[in-house]
Design a protein around this ligand. Structure first.
Ligand code: ZN
Length: 415
């Protein structure tokens, strides 16, 4: 008997307790990164997969940062969809008082509480249940479905999705679906990329009263920081059809990421994340260094910004610079097939169409896009992400599970 989308939804309603309790237990299995040890949380997932007799294997080039990769074939040839989510979460600032403990997975006020529930254990759980439900009806599907639950995401580390990309070509596929927080109101088709630079100023330094002896490394650093702000004015018009999408999605971006998000989506931004300099109040610092977190908009890599940095540094002979991290921003078609599938399903489920937008922060979805594979992100609101009181309302979580399941089903029902 052919299973319909309506049957799948009935199944989710029937299994509601199980789906909620899986996420609560997943959150209550800590996996903060750093240090990034996901042994327990990965075992939590594999116990579930074992219990359901679902195919998977562990890929652990770094023993404490395992990745779970599972694949099955449908009953007919077709396309290959990849589900991707990460297992590691941000660490917890123990000095911050949480309403419910960060590793409690508590169910209160119709919400699930805890570190990593939004970023992104709810989304990863949506991938896992999508894999489970579609495996049961694999004979009626076309193509192939791959589940990837990865480690080492929160620090842009090398042992998770990056390692799979380079060493396990089967995770590439024809399209990727990811449940990082996006807000139910929007689907993310691209993201900005980090480009991090460290600047070091050196001067002779001197006694604090002898200002005629030496320039101050910290004062020079202060002037340089102010000058670097000019990077945020570099013109970076949106490429291709991204401009049209961003214009239409401006309100959704502000709703999902706070007022002002849309205004910086297609701009270079600058954050000075760390400053270090000086020994004592009465010594002129002979050394001062700081780290700049530049974010590049889609369509522009670091080669677009570096000449501007070099031009600014011409006025600063005392300064050396080193690159500490960089990635290429990437995007896929804001109006592509999986986008339209997700929009149609959300419209059916909730009565509105989520808007295509760009993500300000980074996700593993970029790795697929950088290889030319469309990757779309649809997940819960980022409430409390990297702060205290991270929560996901139960209804939003179930909505993400439904949307992922129905969208994967649609994609694998077509040829
Ligand atoms: Zn994340």
């Amino acid at each position: 008997m052919t299973v319909t989308k309506q049957d799948l939804l009935v199944g989710i309603d029937h299994d509601r307790e199980e789906i909620v309790s899986f996420l609560r237990g997943f959150v209550a299995t800590p996996s903060p990164n750093p240090p990034g040890d996901t042994t327990q949380a990965a075992s939590y997932i594999t116990r579930f997969l074992d219990g359901e007799r679902l195919p998977y294997r562990l890929v652990a080039p770094q023993p404490t940062m395992a990745n779970i990769v599972g694949t099955f074939e449908g009953g007919a040839p077709g396309r290959h969809l990849v589900l991707n989510g990460h297992i590691d979460v941000f660490p917890v600032d123990e000095s911050e008082p949480w309403t419910h403990g960060p590793w409690s997975g508590k169910l209160a006020d119709d919400k699930i509480w805890g570190r990593g529930v939004a970023d992104m254990k709810a989304g990863t759980a949506a991938s896992i249940f999508t894999y489970r439900y579609l495996h049961r009806i694999r004979d009626q599907l076309k193509g192939k479905l791959t589940l990837t639950c990865v480690s080492d995401e929160e620090t842009f580390g090398p042992w998770g999705a990056r390692w799979l990309m380079d060493n396990e070509p089967e995770v590439l596929g024809d399209c990727c679906l990811n449940g990082e927080p996006s807000s139910p109101l929007s689907v993310r088709f691209g993201e900005k990329a980090p480009f991090w630079l460290k600047f070091t100023v050196r001067t002779p330094g001197a006694h604090g009263a002898y200002t005629h002896y030496s320039a101050s490394a910290s004062k020079i650093a202060g002037r340089l920081m102010a000058d670097l702000e000019r990077l945020t004015e570099i013109p970076t018009p949106a490429p291709g059809n991204v401009g049209a999408a961003l214009e239409a999605g401006a309100d959704a971006m502000d709703a999902a990421m706070g007022h002002g998000a849309a205004a910086i989506a297609q701009k270079v931004t600058l954050n000075i994340g760390r400053i270090e300099g000086g020994l004592k109040v009465n010594i002129i610092p002979g050394s001062c260094s700081f780290e700049a977190d530049i974010r590049l908009p889609v369509g522009y890599d670091k080669s677009h910004v570096l000449p501007h940095v070099a031009a600014i540094l011409r006025d600063y002979p005392e300064v050396t610079m080193e690159e500490i991290n960089s990635s290429e921003p990437a995007y896929c078609d804001p109006f592509g097939e999986m986008m339209r599938i997700i929009q149609a399903n959300v419209k059916d489920l909730r009565g509105f169409e989520p808007t295509p937008i760009i993500s300000l922060g980074g996700t593993d979805a970029r790795l697929w896009r950088q290889r030319g594979i469309p990757a779309y992100v649809y997940g819960p609101f980022p409430t409390g992400m990297a702060q205290k009181d991270e929560v996901v309302p139960v209804e939003d979580y179930l909505h993400v599970v439904r949307t992922h399941l129905l969208s994967a089903f649609d994609y694998l029902s077509r040829t």
